[in-house]
Design a protein. Structure first.
Lengths: 151, 151
DNA sequence: GCTCGATTTAGACAATGTCAATACTTGGTC
DNA sequence: GACCAAGTATTGACATTGTCTAAATCGAGC
């Protein structure tokens, strides 16, 4: 362990948490490093498995703790996509929605047009104070029989 | 057990499954009868508890089986609302979306205006064949600090 | 009231997530 | 470099939600 990883190019999420002065540890780095790129939508279990390739002894609780912290800080979005476990999305910079394959669970980011007008009337609000809107387009991805063929 | 419940006024869901010739049993009736009215959004556990008031020996597996059958038949909608368990919605007749309280999980049906135009461009479809859209408005209900006051 | 196939049941199991107590590590300080 | 305090990680038990199987039971038509 004499090689100090000094000038590695930090991916987005890693850079952001670094800037916040978030206390770093080998475990947190292993988790954060899984999210390279913007269009990653992994489940906690997938994140655990990938993090273990760097750091085999990392525990499940640590991954959940770290993810919860990141969500709390607003650096990660937790997306509950129908069935199955939550997925985590590092693309918090640009508001977007999701396109989900109902068969394999794959998730894509989408930014549909004409959504600015999406509002509820006072009657429809039922006294709620609105915080946000989640839109999930359901469909079949190309691999699962999407636009290619029927049945 | 000599009183035959002959001309009870059947609520919607009960009527509908009856019409389909779905084989009825005390257990299925207990589950179906929980869904009186349109604006009911219960979790499997709540359904189990309510059904047990009619039929104390009904098992969890039966409730899940029955719910899965009803969803399969299209008589019930399964709504995954963020955290927590799925909720079941008997309002399948009119397409609608949901308004969810992020604190207590309460769910309301809403039919927002100006949604007919909601579409994805070919590029955004990523080869998916679109099946439907789920929209969930997130907020705080009146009881949890909605329109009344801040903090 | 029989009979057959559909339905229900208990309980084990699986997947996902949470928690508490203890041990360890990090970063600051001398 | 060693120490300390606070923060962080770990193990393993637990909770919740849901699924499965084999055996028992029931419903509805005859």
């Amino acid at each position: 362990m004499t090689s100090a990883p000094a000038h590695v190019e930090l991916p987005d999420l890693a850079l952001r948490v670094r800037r916040r002065g978030w206390r770093m540890s080998a475990q947190r780095r292993a988790v954060v490093d899984v999210f390279t790129g913007e269009h990653v939508h992994l489940t906690a279990d997938e994140i655990l498995l990938q993090a273990r390739q760097d750091l085999p002894e990392i525990s499940r609780a640590t991954v959940y703790n770290t993810l919860a912290d990141l969500v709390e800080m607003g650096e990660l979005l937790a997306v509950s996509a129908g069935d199955g476990p939550k997925r985590y999305d590092p693309n918090v910079a640009r508001p977007h929605h999701h396109l989900m394959c109902t068969r394999c669970g794959e998730l894509k980011d989408v930014v549909p047009e004409g959504l600015e007008a999406l509002n509820l009337s006072a009657a429809e609000l039922h006294g709620y104070r609105l915080v946000g809107v989640d839109i999930t387009f359901r469909g079949l991805c190309a691999d699962c029989g999407g636009s290619a063929h029927d049945t």
